[in-house]
Ligand binder design. Structure first.
Ligand code: ARG
Length: 257
């Protein structure tokens, strides 16, 4: 095969594989698949594992997505991407919905519609066990790490502190472990997971500084057809205790690991 032909064939094969994986052409929930966008760097809500509930993806959100699709006679597919790309991909129609431990903020509500909230969280500070940080104001003269595009970044920004932003929670936590930063601001359940995974870290809470946040599923503005389906399922899973059970299950797994 000539080099160019080979390259063309390879590209074609890749595009075809991408299509099967993401059910493209569909891009809408009219078919029998709901394609959920996520950023699988956020345990216990979504992470990559060898044998997850949806392909290689597992976590509270992934289990919710699967049950949600199935209760509507549909199949859930997942597209994993950077957190910052999720809302753009949703607006482009590349994905049908976003489930990513995403806080339904007023700013985000300007561009997408959110489902009924399914989980309440708050920002917390992860510090070394011997740290003297006891409140958010103690971060003033410290080196702060956040994750790019997360609500934690927005909080620290609003407090007027300088910080360094990382692409992944694990990267920020490594900086902390290696003594290159003093504090990581991130969502509570994910913080628990990281503290369980790494020696010598603890969580500091400051409810007076960090408001509670509600996680919800995002759909394109005006996609009431899909939003109704999602809300019905979420309401049911909240009422019958499914979501609570999943939260307990995946949080225990996270600490047991
Ligand atoms: N709750 C935070 C936010 O909405 C962090 C979510 C991060 N989620 C993820 N899958 N990486 O910004």
């Amino acid at each position: 095969m000539k080099k160019t032909t080979k390259l063309l064939a390879m590209t074609l094969a890749m595009v075809m594989t991408a299509c099967t994986l993401t059910a493209c052409g569909g891009g809408s929930s009219k078919g029998n698949t709901i394609t959920f966008g996520t950023n699988a760097e956020f345990p216990p809500f979504e992470y990559v594992t060898s044998n997850g509930v949806i392909g290689e993806y597992d976590g509270i959100d992934m289990a919710i997505a699967k049950q949600l699709a199935e209760s509507n006679g549909m199949t859930a597919a997942v597209e994993n991407m950077e957190f910052d790309s999720l809302l753009v991909a949703l607006q482009n129609g590349q994905i049908d919905a976003v489930i990513a431990g995403m806080t339904a903020t007023d700013e985000r509500k300007e561009t997408v519609d959110f489902s009924t909230p399914y989980y309440t969280a708050t920002q917390v500070m992860i510090v070394k066990e011997d740290s003297d940080i006891a409140a958010a104001t103690d971060m003033a003269d410290k080196k702060i790490c956040v994750i790019q595009g997360y609500t934690g970044e927005i909080c620290v920004q609003d407090m007027g502190y300088t910080y360094e932003a990382f692409k992944k929670g694990t990267e920020a936590v490594m900086e902390l472990v290696n003594g290159k930063c003093d504090v990581v601001v991130i969502d509570s359940a994910t913080a628990q997971k990281y503290v369980g995974d790494n020696e010598g870290l603890k969580i500091v809470e400051d409810p007076s500084a960090f408001e509670s946040e509600e996680y919800a599923i995002a759909v394109q503005k005006g996609n009431t057809e899909l939003l109704d389906k999602i809300n019905k399922s979420i309401d049911k899973m909240l009422a019958d205790g499914t979501i609570n059970e999943l939260a307990v299950k995946y949080t225990e797994e996270a600490t047991a690991e």
